[in-house]
Design a protein around this ligand. Structure first.
Ligand code: NAD
Length: 347
């Protein structure tokens, strides 16, 4: 069935415009092949919005994004040492726009697949016997709660900093449910990661995850402490299917998982809300060190576009086709500088 895909596009800062442009070409090609039509609405966020509006996110952009079925985004931000955006107060810097749009769009579930392609084994820092046969895991991170959003106070008098962990019953329940739904379509295993031996909030997390698991008897659930998980990701990444965790642990573990695959330039991601809407973006930043040089790896953004077709439009066949095309391109030996094996230099 032919579909009209109403897609918001945030090209972003640094390498953002370069990598998003490539992903749009791929989306257009897939749409042409399968008889769909992409309609793009350009939106400003981060540094690009500061340059035009003086703030990293306007209310108008939020409304325009809400009117789209999904948003494809490059990364935002610049070099904190040299960019004038970082002379502004923290609430007016590029990253504040990103946090705000995630909140405004109620994006509570962040999905970051970490896949090791056979062709890129050489870029993986792990021993060959660990990665033999590749791996394919999905880190699922709660995005709206935890320490990042809890109340914080600095008592100037005695220098005490107090930060609160903030997670509600519903926040934990909805992310757990999403993780089990996704596990049902994958390897039917959820590893819930917490710090239940120390934190009360983790004990609540564990209790609610177990409640949700009762509705998914086909999915195996295991609990793992975050420090152990950090070790297991490098010791035996093949053991994981869906890794479910809270905001801060997920932030750290997903970066670790990304390095295990070899390059940040390969890692897609999405943040979903309770509808089909999602914000799709590469896991890496705006890479100001290589911006404008035409050497950034567009694969993470292209794979994010494939995730968009899968999760927001239920176009699995089209998503599969893009993922297969990426695998084929790697097989044919095309590489950007970040995933070149040692010894090679220029693209
Ligand atoms: P970064 O991910 O931008 O760069 C880290 C390293 O990875 C750099 O050497 C960079 O060249 C390389 N790299 C990243 N993406 C690449 C790609 N597609 N192809 C090839 N190489 C790639 O991280 P950083 O330097 O810490 O941050 C730079 C800016 O990005 C900062 O302003 C930061 O706040 C922002 N940032 C934005 C997001 C986002 O938009 N979601 C995420 C992380 C960082």
């Amino acid at each position: 069935m032919s579909m009209n895909l109403n897609i918001g596009v945030i090209k972003g800062d640094g390498i953002g415009p370069e990598i998003v442009t490539e992903a749009m070409k791929v989306l257009d090609k897939a749409a042409e092949k399968y008889g769909h039509a992409c309609k793009y609405t350009q939106l400003l966020l981060g540094g690009a919005s500061i340059d035009v509006h003086g703030i990293p996110l306007t209310d108008e952009t939020v409304e325009q994004a809400k009117a789209c079925d999904a948003v494809l985004m490059g990364s935002i931000g610049g070099d904190a040492k040299t960019s004038p955006w970082y002379q502004l107060e923290p609430s007016k810097r590029p990253e504040a726009g990103l946090l705000k749009i995630r909140k405004e769009l109620n994006l509570f579930a962040n999905l970051r697949p970490a896949i090791l392609y056979d062709e890129l084994k050489g870029a993986c820092p792990l021993k060959e016997e660990i990665t033999e046969g590749g791996f394919d895991l999905m880190i699922m991170r709660e995005l709206t709660g935890g320490l990042y959003f809890g109340e914080r106070r600095t008592e100037e008098i005695d220098g005490v900093l107090t930060a609160f962990d903030s997670l509600t019953y519903n926040e934990i329940r909805r992310i757990a449910k999403r993780a089990f739904d996704i596990a049902m379509k994958r390897g039917r295993k959820v590893t819930s990661v917490d710090k239940a031996n120390v934190l009360d909030s983790s004990r609540l997390w564990r209790k609610i995850v177990e409640e949700v698991a009762k509705d998914y008897p086909e999915v195996a659930l295991e609990h793992m402490l975050v420090d152990n998980c950090a070790m297991q990701l490098v010791k035996d990444p093949k053991q994981f299917d869906v890794v479910l965790t809270e905001n801060m642990f997920g932030d750290i573990l997903s970066d670790e998982a990304s390095m295990v695959t070899g390059s940040i330039g390969m890692l897609a991601s999405t943040s979903l809300n309770e509808t089909k809407f999602g914000l799709y973006e590469p896991s890496g930043g705006s890479a100001p060190d290589i911006a404008g040089k035409g050497i950034a790896n567009p694969i993470a953004t292209i794979l994010s576009a494939a995730m968009m077709l899968r999760f927001s439009f239920d176009l699995d066949q089209e998503a599969d086709a893009i993922e297969a095309a990426v695998a084929q391109v790697l097989k044919e030996g095309y590489r950007t500088i970040d995933i070149m094996s040692e010894g090679k230099t220029q693209v």
